[in-house]
Design a protein around this ligand. Structure first.
Ligand code: T46
Length: 136
């Protein structure tokens, strides 16, 4: 499963807390795009796709949500609920986001510019592509 939780170093003092994000330092790729997700609702499901080449890190800046991650063989669930942990997701990983808390805010760091052609949005196509690529 090509995902992992990355602890982000926090600089905190009596004024509050600060977390630096730097390509090649605590982020294992060059950041080409940043987007954020907010005004989510608990009953809504997002994601439901994989990426052919994109790597991303997702940080819950506020609130919480659950990620379902699936490499075509195994399906695991991960909660994101703190702003000092990033969820790294490699390529060819099916992801779904659900159980958003009210006010959940996600920021996402991406290794590539947006390209809809690079998405796999159908689960059967995803299984077919990864089995062809990895010969499983
Ligand atoms: C992912 C999860 C975590 C753009 O025009 N540019 C962008 O950079 C992005 C990310 C999206 N869009 C458009 C495409 C759709 O018309 O925004 C709309 C919503 O995107 P989508 O339905 O793909 O959103 P999510 O929340 O299902 O998925 C997003 C990312 O697309 C995806 O890469 O891994 O967040």
């Amino acid at each position: 499963m090509d995902y992992r939780l990355i602890p982000l170093k926090v600089f905190g003092d009596e004024r509050g807390k600060l977390v630096p994000i730097e390509s090649g330092q605590n982020i294992p790729f060059e950041i080409k795009r940043v987007y954020y997700i907010f005004d989510t609702l608990p009953e809504q499901v997002r994601g439901q796709h994989a990426h052919r080449s994109l790597e991303q890190i997702v940080i819950a800046m506020d609130g919480a949500c659950q990620f379902v991650l699936d490499d075509g063989k195994t399906r695991e669930e991960v909660w994101l609920n703190r702003p000092d942990v990033g969820l790294y997701i490699g390529k060819n990983m099916w992801r779904e986001m659900r159980h958003f808390s009210y006010g959940c805010k996600l920021v996402v760091l991406a290794s590539e510019h947006y390209d809809e052609k690079e998405y796999i949005r159908n689960y059967e196509d995803f299984l077919k592509e990864i089995h062809e690529e990895y010969g499983t």
